[in-house]
Design a protein around this ligand. Structure first.
Ligand code: XCC
Ligand code: SF4
Length: 644
């Protein structure tokens, strides 16, 4: 095979440290996702979503240019095939988040029953959630209440009638009414996921519009059984985040310490790894290290950053390069966004890859089984393995980048409201609403999602954010997008120079009220499941203003995603009427019908997301144009809401 020309390192990432580690990897003949992306030809049929492999009569593929057969063997046309492949992506994204929620709910149950070594860290939040669920709390112990909350959560994976408890508890009433009218409100997560898989099979649902509505149900399952449920229960178990200062970049690796990267999503194991890294410091000293240094990758990194101030080494697309530093004794992974490629890279250095879940293993990696009851044992074993591996480090292969970037994180909805309450103790939302009404804050944008090895790392996330900030849009961020912003100083007061004057004044006023020079330009709200937090903030704003969420000047943007999870989160927001931008091909272009439902404007005679929900999907690869489109939508909603 002729080797494709690889991009120059400066085209691969905006991050100089990533560039230098990629150069090192290439010199050492180590294959990484950035180079594999260059070598991989993209299939035109797959890119347009027109290839169907759902039964053994196929595979069938339909050319969008009208040449060749226009129906699959079963008679499915291009719109049916594209709609099904869209629903398939959403189902996959949603099941990841639903599994996350279920694992956390089970951990809470086992903790409450004394079977797992976790304690309830945020009793106030436990009471708040219990009250919101309508549970009686008088005369009950904390563990009794926690058990009832956990059982309510598990009902959302079991009940056969009614609607999910978390939808009932968290959804805005206007949105819920709309979903009920459309009969798309989820009953329980597993039932809906199973139904989505079933309806997508050959010989089942063949109406593109109905299939897209099925995708919206997946978005709602994702949003409530995945995001909201996970955030609520994780806050109860591990604490609700508060403002915290930490460090970003590959330079958070510490040459003098045993380095362990925690990677994946679900925080149960990684919380314990942090605990054991402190307990086993004396053992690390015995092997000549100064201690154990935990660094975060992907959303596990976000979870530990938000609650423990753990520093963050890498977002998704550069995860293999953490290993290329030659300084990593172990990479511990749980679930989602873990590239199988890390094992091959690890084999070129001394790093030990440790998988932890029985259904997520990597051939060649070490497996240390984790479950909540044996959390301490597993974490202890993992940290000991890393310490033992310290002696195998090869000084010749060591290359740790130098500079870290300071960033503030920990902006849970509770933390934001607490800061605002310093300006107005009786009505904390009012300072925010006043600023929006006065136009000092034009609107709110959530910068979310990933980095993608095919895209130049960080540039999309940062460009969209800066354009919005310049135009006085309040930016909040989650996931790997938050990583891009933090590395570019948008999570420290230094980044205020990128804000419009009016936004800057607001951020300074709120920040100074809580003893900081200013709030950072972008507020880090957490991991991807924590997209529940911006949703909660919007719900509170809408309720206060007496309008629907669709009426707010709020948008979401996902410039560099790679994950179907981002599509399901995006659909969750669109179902509330929030416009969502994606900068990476959502693979629906083969069908004009599906594209129009998702991205089309209000138009007589057609059904579009904008018409039904009040928000739409904006697919735009040019970052500046994307920001312009988002601003346009913000201005349109302002005009409708405020009569501007
Ligand atoms: Fe994965 Fe959540 Fe995307 Fe990062 S942002 S690449 S999904 S780790 Ni969720
Ligand atoms: Fe072909 Fe229809 Fe089977 Fe898909 S479901 S592979 S279109 S026959």
């Amino acid at each position: 095979m002729t080797r494709m020309k690889l991009r120059h390192v400066t085209e691969v990432s905006d991050d100089l440290q990533v560039q230098s580690l990629l150069e090192k990897a290439r010199k050492e003949s180590v294959s990484t996702a950035f180079d594999r992306a260059d070598e991989m030809m993209q299939c035109g049929f797959g890119s347009a979503g027109v290839c169907c492999r759902y039964c053994l009569e196929g595979p069938c593929r339909i050319s969008p240019n009208g040449k060749g057969p226009q129906k699959g063997v079963c008679g499915a046309d291009i719109h049916q095939i594209v709609a099904r492949s869209f629903l398939n992506h959403l189902t996959q994204g949603t099941s990841g988040h639903a599994e996350h929620g279920r694992e956390v709910a089970l951990t809470l149950l086992e903790a409450a029953e004394g079977k797992a070594p976790f304690e309830i860290k945020d009793v106030d939040k436990l009471y708040a959630v219990a009250n919101d669920l309508g549970l009686e709390t008088a005369d009950k112990t904390v563990n009794e209440i926690a058990k009832e909350v956990a059982l309510k959560a598990l009902e959302d994976f079991q009940k056969q009638t009614g609607i999910m408890n978390w939808v009932q508890m968290r959804a805005h009433k206007d949105s819920l009414k709309k979903w009920n009218d459309l009969r798309i409100t989820p009953v329980n997560a597993h039932l809906e996921i199973s139904k989505a898989v079933a309806r997508n099979a050959m010989g089942c649902d063949a109406d593109p519009l109905n299939l897209v509505l099925g995708a919206v149900t997946m978005g709602l399952v994702d949003g409530y059984a995945g995001l909201h449920l996970s955030t609520d229960l994780q806050d109860i178990l591990f604490g609700t985040p508060k403002a915290v200062k930490a460090k970003y970049s590959m330079a958070v690796l510490d040459e003098k310490k045993v380095n362990i990267a925690v990677h994946g999503h679900v925080p149960m194991l990684s919380e314990k790894v942090v605990e054991w890294s402190r307990k086993l410091k004396p053992e690390a000293e015995k092997v000549g290290a100064e201690g154990v240094n935990i660094v975060g990758v992907c959303c596990t990194g976000n979870e530990l950053l938000m609650r423990q101030g753990v520093s963050v080494a890498s977002s998704f697309s550069s995860q293999e390069l953490v290993i290329v530093s030659g300084a990593l004794e172990a990479m511990v992974v749980d679930i989602q966004c873990v590239m199988p490629g890390i094992q091959n890279v690890a084999e070129c250095y001394h790093t030990e890859i440790i998988t932890t879940l029985p259904y997520v293993k990597i051939a060649g990696a070490t497996h240390v089984e984790f479950s909540p009851e044996i959390a301490d044992k597993a974490a202890e074993e993992i940290v000991r393995k890393a310490i033992k591996n310290f002696k195998n480090r090869d000084p010749e292969k060591l290359s740790i980048p130098k500079e870290t970037v300071d960033a503030y994180a920990g902006f849970s909805t509770e933390q934001i409201l607490e800061a605002l309450s310093k300006l107005n103790a009786d009505d904390p939302l009012m300072p925010l609403i006043d600023a929006i009404k006065a136009g000092k804050i034009r609107g709110v944008a959530a910068l979310v999602g990933c980095t993608n090895p095919r895209e130049k790392q960080d540039i999309g996330n940062v460009t969209v954010a800066k354009e919005l900030l310049k135009n006085n849009v309040l930016v909040v961020a989650t996931g790997c997008a938050a990583h891009s912003l933090a590395k570019n100083k948008l999570m420290s007061p230094e980044g205020l120079v990128y804000c419009g004057d009016e936004l800057r004044e607001v951020l300074e006023a709120i920040g100074q009220a809580v003893g900081l020079p200013s709030l950072p330009p972008a507020l880090h709200m957490g991991s991807c499941v924590d997209n529940s937090r911006p949703a909660d903030l919007l719900t509170a704003l809408a309720n206060k203003l007496g309008v629907g969420i669709k009426d707010l000047p709020a948008v979401g943007s996902c410039p560099e995603t790679h994950s179907p999870k981002a599509l399901s989160i995006g659909t969750f927001f669109i179902a509330h009427g929030v416009d969502v931008h994606v900068g990476v091909n959502p693979q629906v272009s083969g069908s004009s019908v599906v594209t129009n439902i998702l991205c089309g404007d209000k138009q007589e005679g057609t059904v579009t997301a904008e018409e039904v929900f009040g928000g739409k999907l904006i697919y735009e690869t040019d970052h500046i144009v994307a920001a312009e489109k988002l601003l346009e939508r913000i201005n349109m909603k302002r005009a409708q809401l405020l009569g501007e």
